[in-house]
Structures are given as C-alpha cells and as structure tokens.
Ligand binder design. Structure first.
Ligand code: SF4
Length: 491
C-alpha cells in the first residue's frame, strides 16, 4: 500500500485503498464497520445520474499552477470539463505573479484517431503549445479515449526529451478508471512527485500547505503567515498560483499540512515516504478544535509548543467571546451537510461546535483509510465525539438521492461545498450555504465569520422561500416519499 513515486500510474482509490461511492446507514454504523471489518461494503447502484469525471479534478489541480501548460489528449468534449478558474488569474495578479505562460490545449481526438492512434497529433500539439506559451512544464492529460486505445504517453515524453528542455508529465486520469473523482487528485500529485519534485539539497523552513483555494479570500493568507511566523516557518501555498520552481523544492520543506486530507493525502504521504517530509496528521484547521489541533501538532514538529500555546491564548481572548454569542443563537438549529468526505466531517464538527444538531451527512465518496493505512482523522473524531448518531450516506453527487434526503430531513440549513448542490436546497425552501473556499472556516476568525453567515442565512429566509414557490422540481412527490437508497443493490 506504500506510495511508489516512480511507478507509471498510482491506481484508483477503489483499487488502492478500498474507497466506495455507495452506502446508506448511520455515522455509528459506518464507524462500527470500519472498526470491525475495516470496510463498509460497496453498494452498487442499479440507477445513477451523471457524476463527475476524475480527469476534471486532476486537470483542475494542474491548472492551478501558474506557469504550466496542460495538453488534454482526448476529444474536445473531454476538454469541456476544463476548470481554468479566473480566480487563479486574479490571485496570481494579487500576489504579483505572472500567469501569461499558462495554457490549456487539446488534441481534439476524432474517430480516425481511435483507429490509427494520435501520437503524432499529440507531439505536434505539445510542440506548438511550448512554442507559443513557453511554460515551465507541460502536463499531458489522459482521457478515456487515449486510455482505451492504449496511447503510449511515456514513450512520447521520451521522444520529446531532445526537443523540449522542460519536464513533460503524463497525468493518468482516464475517466473510466475510477468512479471517484478524488482519484484525479492522486493522479496529478503522482505526476508532480514523479516528474517535477526534485530530491532535497537542503532543509528549509517552508511548510507545504496543500489546499484547494490557497486562502484566496478574506485575506486568510495573511493570517496563515502570521501563525506560521510564531514557529519560524513560511508557507508554500499549493497549488493555486504556485510555480514549478516551488514544486521542485517541496521535498526540502519542514512539514506538510492540509486543509483537506481527501485532496492532499497522496501528496503529503508521498513526500513523507520518498523524502521524509513529515505530513501532519491533524484535524483540518476548521473551527476551534481543528485549528488548535493543527497548530499544536505543527508546533510539535519544530519543538515550539510553548510559543504556539501563547499565540493561541492571545487569539482566543480576541475571538472566543464573540463566537460564544453566535453560538447562543445557533444552538439547537439543525443542519444537513453534503460534501467530499473529509471536508464534510470537518464542517459537521464545526457546526456541532456551535451546538447545532447534524441531522444528516452525505459524502461524495468514502475513504476508510489513506495510503499509509491511517484512518481519516476528521471522520474518526466525528464518530467518537458526535453527541447524536445521524444518517450517513455516500453518493457521488447523485442529486436525486440527496434531494430525497434533504426533503425528508428539512433542516434549518443545508451546507455544501459545490454551488450546484447548494442551489437545490433553495429550490425546496431550505437555506443553502456553499462553503466553496475552505479557508472560509479557517481558524478563530474564520469560525466567527462562518457562524455569522450561518445565522444570517437561517434568519433571512425570504429569498429562499420565495424562490421555492416559483420552481418546478424534476422530482415527483412519489420519488420524494421513497427510501433514498431505493437504487442501491441490497446484499
Ligand atoms: S475522460 Fe472519459 S469520463 Fe472523463 S470527460 Fe472524457 S470521456 Fe467523459
């Protein structure tokens, strides 16, 4: 199960670590199953709606790097999932970085290519992309089509070595290989570890911070820099607006930390396995409990626990009285959470910190463990500390399932992390909160901001209620009364 950074591919989450996309039960039940048998059984669906493709996540991650080009080797329809976010353009501008060498191109494979292959087309596209944009590295994004016809991406990398003097890295994110889009994160991080990260020449005081949005909003970057300064450390924010040069030096860092272990476990464990960079296995820094756990565990790595404790106490004095006031108003309100498995568990814990009642948690997939065999810490914390058992479901964004659950539970608020899911709750009159930027809930300040927003949304319902009166749902009353696991095949 150990990560081999030199292997050609990293494999899917299903095959490597037994992750699943189908389950319906309760938090305690899934906790007992992983404690006893080590694995909740995968329940297949006899009907499913469209779900995300792993290459979308893989290439979205690679697209965050400032000075690279992505050559998507597939039909142009696959490239339609490209998530090249203007936000990263803005972030790069805000922190004074040049993103003009970034490019996303596609080989536009057609029917003839599926018969005769398209390696010449791929080579030409790589060369032209390099000539036009001069990136510092090129990623080749695989697709179902390039995978099914067995295109030799590594052979093409070898062929081009004499012509292009930058790393060219295949990302094996063929959509058919995994139902879990998080497998795409691993495919990209495997490519970084294999082709970009260099062995360390010296140790630095850098901390690799692996997250989705790199603290784009609310000036969170400044808060993180301030916290790390207490420990004599400096951040390398990954991957948004990062550079190839920064990634080359990840092996020299003092430690790696993360805002989401679903996203980052492969890179964190890979850097630890290959280069001895400690991966801090704390709760994620959401809410008071998560933030303090991360801060204390990181302080332990550099032996500065006393300094960190003094810093935390000072910050507590500023923010906790206000957080307590919000808590009084939120206490007893109910919530349903639907997100990726790790952020979902973290956000559910934060809601419980406000004395809110979790009625249901849906995870877009389920990891019982990571590549080092460790249990996801946020999930285990929730299992051990949740004041109530609640229903727990796993579905890869099966809208019809979570809409059924949402309509049954009818919480005071629905908290998700994908804008397209948050809008659905509003269609049935339930306020929805999309925690898109995970730094929204970072530290004491983020927790206070999160609580205030929750309260605003719960108390100001008129927009949601009016909207729901004018929406015609695609789901019938009949479906809303069925069991949400109707289409999961029973043992
Ligand atoms: S890689 Fe496969 S699953 Fe993904 S968008 Fe292309 S055809 Fe669809």
């Amino acid at each position: 199960m150990a990560i081999d950074v030199n292997s050609k591919v990293c494999g899917s989450r299903e095959t490597r670590i037994g992750s699943i996309t189908g389950y319906s039960g309760t938090l305690r039940d899934i906790g007992e199953q992983i404690a006893c048998s080590g694995c909740p059984g995968e329940k297949k669906r006899c009907f499913s709606q469209a779900a995300g493709c792993a290459s979308g996540c893989a290439l979205a991650q690679a697209s965050e790097i400032n000075d690279v080009a992505i050559v998507h080797h597939g039909p142009s329809g696959c490239a339609a999932i490209a998530r090249v976010k203007p936000a990263f353009e803005l972030l790069a501008g805000a922190i004074g970085r040049d993103r003009s060498h970034f490019a996303y191109t596609c080989t536009d494979m057609n029917e003839a290519d599926t018969v005769f292959g398209a390696t010449d087309k791929l080579k030409e596209t790589i060369l032209e992309t390099y000539r036009r944009y001069r990136p510092k590295a090129i990623f080749i994004g695989a697709s179902c089509v390039s995978g099914v016809i067995g295109e030799d991406l590594e052979g093409i990398v070898d062929d081009l070595k004499g012509e292009i003097d930058i790393p060219i890295a295949p990302i094996h994110c063929e959509g058919f290989k995994s139902q879990i889009w998080a497998s795409g994160f691993d495919a990209t991080y495997h490519a970084l570890l294999k082709y970009i990260v260099k062995p360390p020449r010296k140790k630095t005081n850098k901390v690799n911070i692996i997250g989705f949005t790199a603290g784009m909003a609310w000036n969170t970057r400044a808060d993180i820099i301030r916290m790390l300064d207490v420990l004599g450390l400096e951040p390398t924010f990954l991957l948004a607006a990062s550079t190839v040069e920064e990634i080359e030096h990840l092996s020299e860092a003092t430690a790696s930390i993360t805002t989401c272990s679903t996203l980052s476990s492969y890179l964190g464990i890979g850097l630890e396995t290959a280069y001895g960079v400690p991966f801090v296995r704390s709760l994620q820094p959401h809410g008071i409990i998560g933030y303090e756990d991360l801060a204390r565990q990181l302080a332990k790595v550099v032996d500065r626990e006393y300094e960190m404790e003094a810093f935390l106490q000072k910050e507590r004095a500023i923010y906790l009285p206000e957080i307590e006031k919000i808590k009084e108003q939120l206490a007893g309100k109910s919530a349903m959470v639907a997100m990726g498995p790790n952020l979902g568990a973290n956000i559910a814990r934060v809601l419980q910190e406000f004395d809110m009642k979790i009625e249901h948690l849906t995870a877009w997939h389920f990891d019982k463990q990571y590549d080092d065999g460790s249990r996801p810490k946020a999930l285990q914390y929730l299992i051990d500390n949740s004041p109530n058992d609640f229903t727990y479901a796993v579905n890869h964004l099966q809208n019809f399932e979570f809409m059924n659950i949402l309509n049954t539970v009818r919480p005071d608020i629905f908290v998700s992390r994908h804008p397209d899911s948050a809008i659905w709750s509003m269609k049935i009159g339930i306020p929805g909160y999309c925690v898109y930027d995970e730094y929204n809930v970072f530290g004491y300040k983020g927790t206070l901001r999160f609580g205030k927003t929750l309260l605003d949304l719960i108390l100001n319902r008129s927009f949601t209620e009016n909207l729901s009166k004018h929406v015609r749902l695609p789901y019938t009353n009949w479906w809303m009364k069925q069991q949400p696991d109707t289409f999961l095949i029973k043992d």
